[in-house]
Design a protein around this ligand. Structure first.
Ligand code: TMP
Length: 308
């Protein structure tokens, strides 16, 4: 097995203490690890949610910001309007009594209204840069090392989010300060006019309830924006042939991110950030590994080094 030096000290590894990780079925996990290891890194891909999965849920006791709510337009009136939408729709997003078709309509409505306000408010590229500079957002410790390791062994990473692609890219740029050739973002992508104002969004809107549809077809390579080189690992067809998946998410709904793929083996890693007592049972059943208490990414780095 390939074991990379990924800058992970013993002391860091021990931070993933027993109390922070739960494995529902250790034997099943070992079997999946063996199957993925035997197939080799050429068969593996990583699919990760962004907000509260790659990023920390809490920063200094406060909730970390998401790609949506970190945005500050130069016209603050529009931020207030978006916040009002958030206060109306966010509880509906988590309502257990709204039927799925109705909820889907509501989510489409929310995303379309928010996108329209961003356009109407005249969001600029400069607003994005400044918003990210002053945002309360941080990657979990070990994310950089995870990406470096995966790049080194040629394993693609698909970051899949119902947030905003341009914001996620700016966060990657500012916080990681490295362009990774193996990373693709599937999220809502903005189109700007020549003078740098948002004029529309590309393609079909991705909201929380349709994240699983056409995932790979919607992917746009990161190099379009960050100046990297495209290669075989950024090619949709070859990504589809990678039928072993390591999935990272913080919501049960994130498990649907691999639906577009006819995978052979999947290890699902869940980050349970909130309502731990209420949700641990469901998470333990649905995810192979569950990290609690805003755990760092070191456990996943170690897992990858075991299966590659
Ligand atoms: P995801 O990061 O899990 O893909 O989901 C995106 C989150 O963004 C979802 O929980 C709802 C949230 N959101 C906002 O905070 N503000 C908005 O204006 C919209 C449309 C979504």
């Amino acid at each position: 097995a390939y074991r990379a030096e990924v800058g992970m000290e013993r002391s860091d590894r021990s931070k993933v203490s027993d109390g922070m990780v739960v494995v529902g079925d250790p034997q099943l996990l070992e079997n999946k690890k063996a199957a993925i290891r035997n197939a080799g890194p050429g068969k593996l891909q990583v699919i990760a949610d962004f907000d509260a999965t790659l990023t920390k849920y809490r920063i200094n006791g406060c909730c970390g910001q998401t790609s949506h709510n970190l945005l500050q337009q130069s016209n603050p009136e529009y931020d207030i309007k978006r916040q009002e939408l958030y206060e109306y729709y966010h509880p509906l997003e988590f309502s257990p009594i709204i039927p799925i078709e109705e909820k889907t309509k509501l989510m489409v409505e929310w995303w379309e209204k928010t996108h329209a306000l961003l356009i109407e408010g005249g969001l600029t590229c400069d607003d994005i840069k400044k918003s990210v500079e002053s945002a309360t957002i941080e990657f979990r410790e070990g994310v950089f090392e995870l990406f470096e390791f995966l790049e080194e062994i040629g394993v693609p990473v698909l970051i899949f989010s119902a947030g905003l692609a341009d914001i996620i890219e700016e966060v990657l740029r500012q916080k990681l300060r490295k362009s990774f050739k193996n990373i693709k973002i599937v999220s809502n992508r903005m189109i700007f006019s020549k003078d740098g104002h948002l004029v529309s969004f590309k393609g079909k809107t991705i909201h929380v309830l349709n994240k699983n549809e056409h995932a790979l077809d919607m992917a746009a390579p990161l190099h379009d924006h960050l100046g990297g080189n495209d290669g075989p690992i950024n090619d949709n067809a070859s990504v589809k042939k990678r039928t072993n998946v390591l999935l990272l998410g913080d919501h049960m709904g994130d498990l649907g991110m691999s639906d577009g793929l006819n995978y052979e083996n999947r290890i699902a890693v869940g980050f349970l950030n909130d309502n731990i007592e209420k949700s641990i049972g469901n998470y333990q059943e649905a995810f192979d590994v569950v990290y609690l208490n805003d755990a760092p990414m070191w456990g996943v780095v170690e897992l990858v080094s075991q299966i590659c």
